[in-house]
Design a protein. Structure first.
Length: 276
């Protein structure tokens, strides 16, 4: 389980500002930026390497702790921006929905630190007892898009996140479950593997799903670009999806987090993680 700090205290939910588009915004407390960065560093590091693995690497390799941490952190700014947003979203939603008891830290499974992991950006599972599956068991996926710089004239990271969430609902959910099952088995985490396996047969053992889209963007470009270029047909498709699946408890939702000086924030985090 990721080492959590009180992340919810740094955000305020706003369901009104973009209510016409059914977008929920989480407003970051910019005045507490330094505090957020300081408190989040260990959680960001833990997303890449566990306390146990870090200690073992240091002991057996005779290397410095900071050196071992640097080896697993991305150095490509694009990957840093994306994974800063993904891990932030993971921490936020894990705090909002603690009932999800399978929360894979997929960033630990990267084959190359400057390449993204395939399949759903984030998948959380709620399965209290895999031996007795219930139709109240749940899967949540979150497609995360980050943009710290000015988008193109017609670009919107919200559109891209929604497109990814739709792919999650159509095909990536099953592929991600297969990926998680194999990784947990390979890591000999058989308790987790059994919980993932519970979701293999949705016909025999139905479950609920929520496929979310999250855009974390620089606030300077939020309204003019990301909201201004929002594709209304995508919002209509989400509404139709939710209406069609009300009885089967399958849904989609859209979230945004605008942050001032987003580039500076993720750069500060990745610079400071090795010495946390």
């Amino acid at each position: 389980m990721i080492n959590m700090f009180d992340i919810l205290s740094f955000f305020t939910e706003d369901t009104m500002t973009y209510s016409e588009s059914n977008i929920v915004m989480y407003v970051f407390d910019e005045a507490r930026t330094d505090e957020f960065i300081m408190n989040s560093l260990n959680s960001y590091r833990y997303a890449y390497i566990s306390d146990e693995d870090l200690s073992e690497n240091v002991a057996k390799m005779g290397t410095a702790r900071s050196e071992e941490i640097k080896e697993v952190l991305p150095t490509d700014p694009i990957i840093q921006s994306g994974e800063f947003a993904e891990i932030l979203t993971f921490m936020l939603f894990h705090a909002l929905y603690p009932e999800y008891n399978v929360a894979p830290l997929r960033w630990r499974w990267k084959e190359e630190k400057n390449r993204a992991v395939h399949f759903a950006d984030i998948m959380l599972l709620s399965c209290p007892d895999e031996e007795y599956p219930k139709d109240t068991d749940k899967i949540m996926t979150i497609e995360v898009k980050s943009r710290a710089t000015r988008p193109g004239k017609r670009e919107s990271s919200i559109n891209k996140a929604i497109g990814g969430a739709m792919k999650d609902s159509i095909s990536r959910e099953g592929k991600t479950l297969s990926f998680l099952l194999q990784r947990y088995k390979r890591d000999k985490q058989f308790d987790m593997a059994k919980k993932v396996k519970r979701f293999e047969d949705a016909v025999a053992y139905p479950y609920q799903t929520q496929h979310n889209a999250m855009a974390i963007v620089d606030s300077s470009y939020m309204d003019v670009y990301h909201i201004g270029n929002l594709d209304s047909t995508l919002i209509e498709e989400i509404e139709s999806f939710n209406n069609a699946h009300t009885m089967s408890h399958h849904s989609m939702a859209v979230f945004v987090i605008p942050m001032d000086n987003l580039k500076s924030k993720y750069e500060r985090v990745y610079q400071a993680i090795p010495n946390s």
